[in-house]
Design a protein. Sequence first.
Length: 444
Amino acid sequence: MQKKHLLPFFLTIIVAAVSAGSVVEYFSPEWGFFGHRRINRMAVFTLDQDMMPFFRANLEYLTDHAVDPDKRRYATKHEAVRHYVDIDHWGTYPYPNVPRDWAEALLWKAEVQEIKSSGDTLVWTVDTIVRVNRNGPEEEIFNGNVPTATLPTKKLPQVSVYATDSVHLSSSAGDKFSLALGDYRTFWYQYMIGQYYEDDWLLECRVQATLNWPVSGDCSRFRYVDHFSEYGILPYHLLQMKGRLTNAFIDKDPAKILRLCAEFGHYIGDAHVPLHTTENYNGQMTDQVGIHGFWESRIVELFADDNYDYFVGKAEYIEDPKAYFWEVVMKSNSLVDSVLMTEKRLSVQYPVDQQFCYEDRADITIRTQCREYAAAWSAAMDGMVEERFRASILGIGSVWYTCWVDAGQPNLDLLLGEGYKAPELDSLERAFRSEKIKGRDHGS
Ligand SMILES: [Zn+2]
């Protein structure tokens, strides 16, 4: 199988336009621009009368901007990791060892370097996070009461940490020590999370010492290295988006509400795609390169118009957003084996010369999976793509609705008619058209 161009559809068109006459391989990212737009658009129709007029009035905006997060991957290296989580990199389903809390996930895999005046470096890493006494008295020592300046949200996630929960670390010199998980996590929220977008996470020795950390006499500074984010932060980012959108509703800021709704929709859509939850995101580990676009772009573009049922029901209030985001990701991940195995089986059984076809689009000839072959795979997956597509639509409507309810149900009719300006659009569009993706291609 020829290696595919990992280029978004628009870019593919551009490339093709300057090399007219040549055949290009078809590949578009994630649900594809088509899928993301359609999902956001249909989500509007899950809303009730309190929300519908405002969202209906901005239907085109919510549709068009469903793909902004993909475009932003060309503008900043921090964007790509928000679109996926390679959760199988960290263990096996259902991944009980992977912290569901953002700060805890970061501290779990962080490398903590004590840099000494001599230039020597002592490296500390976490061996285990031990949670005990889960059935004992609920002695919460951390309840989200941390300085708001360190987080972009007004509402902080409520998390349960018990006094008996602990973090065990060891150093490159063979030393070991442990500290209370609640203390360490509070410390991360206070000093480290705010540095998330810096290239270097630096801390003074005296600050590190407030943790009862075994700081050396000749300590110069501490440096933290993040080894978690590169494998994707999707479910954690969803919770951040929940906080931001709720705050936008509280602020009754129509531009912010629309921008965040459009983008939140994108990430919710991504979370429903099985191949966004695995390290083998494009079949590159199983000789199935191209399967990512086949699943979420080709199949959807062929069959979503005529065959999919868009009656998904009404948006519902989500009691526990964090649990819901993780449920979505876990469900997606549970489907990964089925996605890979059905395609593998079919690619062996199906006549090779009938798997790929050439299609003319405008002046371009595109090599892509044949319609009949795509239909055969879709049937082999027993409607999975449509089910995830429908679940995305309902999920998006439900998270919009939940944020609005949590914001106190502001009267959106008062925001009707307020024009929207997208200050970021020009630079995003420019970056998207002219640059390479920063970080992993295709967002996983
Ligand atoms: Zn994406």
